[in-house]
Design a protein around this ligand. Structure first.
Ligand SMILES: Cc1cc2nc3c(=O)[nH]c(=O)nc-3n(C[C@H](O)[C@H](O)[C@H](O)COP(=O)(O)OP(=O)(O)OC[C@H]3O[C@@H](n4cnc5c(N)ncnc54)[C@H](O)[C@@H]3O)c2cc1C
Length: 459
């Protein structure tokens, strides 16, 4: 297993990564992108075990419902790149178990997963293509590169061209798990490609974006200054990938296998993050209601009760997804599709409502509370503290800091990021509706309705 320092060294591999118009030669030293290297390295140190041959619990395959459940707090203690690495390993294992008629790919996937576990690698999920005109398939686009495709092939491997967008943590990983974003049909063989591409492969270029605060005083951004994970716009400019890293090359019947497997693991990760976040939002609502003197007010209590119900239903959905897991023939535990998708959908669709309640309860100081530095100014600090206080038990500085935390989490760069990400990540609401419907027992529901009405089913 790698230490944090070994991880830091591993990033000095010539990767081509960019930020706001400039190439970044030293990721760790970069003022905006650098702190995330420290965050990922800290996870390595937290889980490091010195015994030779040990596998990080972040990369190990869960074998039972209890294993899957035990993994949730472990993943919460880890950074996002470690989380998507786990999801990637599980995606590969789930996909391999559904590709029994392609033993070469199954073998290559197995060998790669072994190596990733041995070398304690970090992997990110590259699924979302540029996609061009959304109403057209890959082959009908004005530019065939709008979905990642194979442009050349030799005895040793393939050459990839295209781009994958919004890739969380791309610049901080070792490998890019590059898979088709959707099912492909006959005639779309060039786009039915899955491969594990090294981040430093010649031709890979990553353009980073981030909500990381550009503000000099971290106290104004108490949450986003501690945790932020840039996304990468990943460009594959004719990238050679050797055969042993190619997991699909033209077999359109398997193109959707990877997307379906990733969707499930991505949504489980999203759901488990929602569960934590929903409790935090309840906590903020209750704390600010108490600090404002309104915790006993009927309409405030009702809103917080709704937030509590939201948080509790998400937790119940997560519990159901894990408890009803299925085992693949190889013995890997896979969460239940119906509960995972329905609960993830519920969390995403109602996130803005829950945040609305919080903002409604908190008041305008969410946006206008003076900074912590203002509190320290000899002229105005004591007066700010006096006017931000709401009673003998509520210090003005404490209440001001609560407002900064609420703004940072829900109403500023990180808050805006969450508002969009919670809707889109994991394939968006539409995808979660489709999968929920697919796994719901609709025929059973019709039978129940007919029985309840005393109507014979039609012949
Ligand atoms: C912060 C963040 C992190 C992300 N991380 C990752 C990551 O690590 N890896 C990764 O691969 N992706 C990642 N994503 C991408 C995410 O999965 C996509 O944003 C999502 O799948 C939607 O795709 P899109 O952004 O291209 O939007 P679009 O596909 O353009 O969707 C916009 C709307 O159009 C609808 N729509 C699209 N196509 C059709 C159609 N043919 N017919 C009818 N309606 C349609 C959609 O349902 C949606 O309502 C991330 C996204 C965000 C915001």
């Amino acid at each position: 297993m790698k230490t944090g320092d070994e991880y830091r060294t591993s990033l000095r591999d010539g990767r081509a990564t960019y930020f706001e118009g400039k190439r970044v030669d030293d990721l760790e030293a970069h003022p905006v992108l650098g702190p995330t290297v420290g965050e990922v390295a800290a996870t390595y140190d937290r889980f490091h075990a010195a015994e030779p041959g040990a596998t990080s619990p972040l990369l190990a395959v869960a074998r039972s419902a209890a294993d899957l459940k035990a993994r949730i707090p472990v993943l919460h203690a880890a950074d996002l790149v470690a989380n998507v690495t786990y999801q990637s390993i599980m995606t590969l294992m789930t996909a391999a178990s559904r590709m029994g008629d392609s033993p070469t790919y199954v073998e290559r996937i197995g060998a790669y997963v072994d190596r990733a576990q041995q070398d304690d690698l970090r992997i990110v999920e590259c699924i979302t293509d540029a996609k061009g005109d959304r109403s057209l398939p890959p082959g009908k686009q004005h530019d065939p590169d709008l979905y990642v495709r194979v442009v050349d092939r030799s005895a040793d491997g393939i050459v990839l061209r295209g781009a994958k967008l919004h890739i969380s943590g791309a610049s901080y990983a070792h490998d890019l798990m590059t898979i088709p974003t959707k099912a492909m049909k006959a005639g779309e063989e060039a786009w039915a490609v899955a491969a594990m591409v090294p981040v430093n492969a010649p031709g890979v270029r990553i353009v980073n974006t981030t909500y990381a605060p550009r503000h000099g005083d971290a106290r104004t951004f108490p949450i986003s200054s501690r945790h932020h994970m840039p996304e990468g716009f990943v460009i594959f400019d004719d990238v050679f990938v050797p055969n042993e890293r190619v997991f699909l090359d033209g077999e359109v019947r398997h193109a959707a296998v990877f997307a379906h497997a990733l969707g499930l693991w991505e949504r489980l990760g999203g759901l488990s993050a929602f569960v934590e976040e929903a409790d935090q939002l309840v906590g903020f609502a209750q704390l600010i209601a108490e600090a404002n003197g309104l915790a006993g007010e009927a309409h405030i209590r009702e809103k917080i009760s709704e937030m509590i119900i939201h948080a509790t239903l998400l937790r119940a959905g997560l519990e159901a997804a894990l408890s009803n897991c299925k085992l693949t023939p190889e013995g890997a535990a896979v969460p239940d599709e119906l509960y995972t998708n329905a609960a993830k959908y519920h969390g995403a669709a109602n996130y803005n409502l829950v945040v609305r309640h919080l903002h409604d309860i908190a008041g305008g100081s969410v946006l206008t509370a003076p900074s912590v530095a203002d509190l320290e100014n000899a002229d105005v600090g004591p007066l700010i503290r006096k006017y931000m206080s709401t009673g003998p038990g509520v210090d003005g500085a404490y209440r001001t800091r609560l407002f900064h935390a609420i703004r940072d989490a829900t109403a500023d760069a990180l808050g805006g990021w969450k508002a969009v990400t919670n809707l889109q990540a994991g394939g968006g609401l539409y995808a979660q509706r489709i999968v929920t419907r697919k796994f719901y027992d609709l025929a059973g529901a019709k039978r129940k309705a007919l029985a309840h009405a005393g109507i014979e089913p039609p012949a």
